[in-house]
Design a protein around this ligand. Structure first.
Ligand code: OXD
Ligand code: MN
Length: 590
């Protein structure tokens, strides 16, 4: 008698639209074989065995890191490549000055030549996936075609991939088409193209992270931001965290920070012992899809199912949850190795690296042992602080939105926007020092509105207007805050301890939402007075606190001049409301 498994329809027959597309890609790329991904554990084990047999994966010490593996990328393929990332809309204006643009026909023609015959001797994998819980109306689906089994393994962790996603696609009849090939891994033949009008992505020549795991930055941010504008929601580069107060109330915050500014740490924060009774739950660490709810609030889902986090710096002090989480069933990329095959990275309190991230004998003269952008890929369910509501189909209600950057000066520890409209300006003003998450110079301050500079799939001017429109329709818009954990003194020393202590700032916001704590008006928004912050048990000099909560009018006037110049680049797309808010702040600065 046939078992249920035998009666399942082959994946290739579930959706005619997907099959037609796969056939056309097969003709173009000429793979040796086509493999449709079911999304089962057995499939992940088989792919792991394949990569181990090819020497592309290394099994890590099973006693200390069971189920963990190391993958080493090509040394020239270690980060996102923003200079090779394009938005290809019919009109260049729709992509905006914030994006590199190419005419869609020209881009398709160029990519077709790269993809032609590129999968000969390779297997073409078809990965149907759902971004967000499979049963959520807020989720959206896609299909990634790739010739990299490493990409498949990552996608199986990072998304809800396989049969159930394809079943949803077959019903919805719409999906984002993501075509990926590692090509020759040649930086000269590398492009990450987005066609928002066609809901399509074409990525060639990189096997790494945001360039290759197309569900993440390409779909869940660049394409989704375009979809969100059409469908009246927001796709944002935000973590989602739930904070339960000693009273038992849980508030969810969605927080936008540029890459490698500690989003994963904040999403998994461990409350300091001196704040007893608080509990922290992670919903997401990188991306939030925010939908206006019937109750007038914003509701958020995390479209991802796993974390692709930066490894260096992870230790029991900075992020105990992540440290515990990545000790099993984790895929490491570009970390160093100890003599007994344990992964090693800068910031670990113990262990000695013997092989660097390129597999060479470790020599400190050649730089760090682990690549600064080395990563872990792990299922969100491995996180000890994973929220029991992370998979709720309706999402979680958002009490406050938070923007943050890495600024040594100017921005105080925290301030509250006057209202939603001012909050949109605060988000649009975000600036941060660059990090290793993208290729390019590290440590220079750049504008990164809403932390979306590398990820917004259309003109920022239209995006800010969309933010204003969404807020105008919310009967209960969440308050908006700005934080800066990275203020330094004249000697370059950080003024704020950061990590778990950041909860003190977040609890102020939550108490503000409940109307239980005060604030002082300032030209740039409302700031806590020292007595408004819970600083019990924190060893902080009054002078440091004064500096953290100071607004220097001269620096801010300079900031406003720079900001006006920056916003001016968006010309007629810039909403007048933002200039009006800028004018109010300027006037208040005197
Ligand atoms: C990431 C990034 O990988 O923002 O999340 O670069
Ligand atoms: Mn990110």
């Amino acid at each position: 008698m046939a078992t249920a498994a035998h009666t399942l329809q082959p994946l290739s027959q579930l959706s005619a639209a997907v099959s037609e597309w796969v056939n056309s890609v097969r003709e173009l790329t000429q793979p040796r074989a086509v493999r449709w991904c079911e999304g089962t554990d057995a499939e992940a084990r088989e792919l792991t065995a394949l990569l181990l047999s090819r020497g592309e994966l290394t099994a890590l010490n099973p006693e200390f890191f069971p189920g963990c593996h190391l993958y080493r990328s090509a040394p020239n393929d270690v980060a996102r490549v923003e200079h090779l990332t394009y938005i290809c809309t019919r009109s260049q204006e729709d992509a905006g000055p914030n994006n590199h643009w190419m005419d869609p026909q020209q881009a398709h023609a160029r990519m077709r030549e790269l993809f032609r015959g590129c999968m000969r001797e390779r297997t073409l994998y078809v990965i149907p996936y759902c971004m967000g819980p499979l049963d959520s109306p807020l989720s959206r689906c896609g299909v990634e075609i790739t010739d990299s089994p490493y990409v498949v393994l990552n996608m199986l962790i990072m998304t809800r991939a396989g049969r159930a996603a394809l079943e949803r696609i077959a019903i919805e009849r719409t999906f984002v088409r993501g075509l990926h090939s590692i090509g020759e891994l040649d930086p000269e033949r590398r492009f990450i193209m987005h066609f928002p009008e066609e809901l399509a992505i074409e990525s060639y020549g990189s096997g790494y992270g945001g360039n290759a795991l197309l569900g993440k930055k390409c779909h869940a941010l660049r394409i989704a931001s375009w979809q969100a504008r059409k469908e009246s929601w927001l796709a944002e580069h935000m973590l989602i965290v739930g904070l339960q107060s000693p009273r038992g109330e849980t508030h969810y915050l969605a927080c936008a920070f540029p890459s490698a500014c500690g989003k994963t740490n904040l999403a998994m924060l461990i409350p300091p012992a001196s704040l007893p009774g608080w509990r922290v739950f992670t919903v997401g660490d990188d991306i939030a899809w925010l939908h206006p709810g019937a109750d007038g609030r914003l509701w958020a889902i995390n479209p991802e199912a796993g974390y692709f986090g930066v490894v260096p710096g992870t230790n029991p002090q900075t992020n105990r949850n992540a440290y515990e989480m990545i000790r099993r069933d984790t895929l490491f990329t570009n970390v160093a190795l100890t003599a007994d095959s344990q992964p090693w990275w800068e910031g670990l309190p113990s262990g000695v690296p013997v092989l660097d991230w390129q597999g060479r004998p470790y020599d400190p003269a050649r730089g760090p042992a682990a690549h600064p952008n080395s990563r872990f890929t792990v299922s969100a369910r491995r996180n000890p602080s994973y929220s029991p509501h992370a998979e709720d189909a309706r999402g979680v209600p958002i009490s406050a939105l938070v923007f943050g950057g890495r600024r040594r000066e100017v921005a105080p520890l925290v301030y509250e926007a006057r209202d939603w409209q001012h909050g949109v300006l605060v988000g649009a003003s975000l600036a941060s020092e660059t990090t290793a998450a993208a290729v390019g110079q590290v440590g220079v301050t750049r504008r990164d509105p809403m932390a979306m500079q590398p990820f917004c799939g259309y003109n920022f001017g239209d995006y800010w207007q969309h933010w204003l429109d969404v807020g105008a329709r919310l009967a209960r818009p969440p308050p908006i805050y700005h934080v800066n954990w990275f203020r330094r003194d004249a000697n370059g020393k950080f003024l704020w301890p950061g990590y778990g202590e950041n909860l003190r700032v977040l609890t102020w916001m939550i108490e503000r939402c409940a109307g239980r704590v005060g604030a002082a008006e300032s030209a740039i928004g409302r700031l806590p007075r020292p007595e408004d912050l819970n600083l019990r048990g924190l060893d902080l000099e009054p002078q440091a606190l004064g500096a953290l909560l100071a607004v220097d009018p001269a620096l801010w006037r300079k900031e406003i001049v720079e900001l006006r110049e920056y916003l001016g680049r968006y010309g007629k797309h810039l909403p007048a409301a933002l200039l009006a808010e800028l004018g109010i702040t300027e006037q208040r600065l005197g």
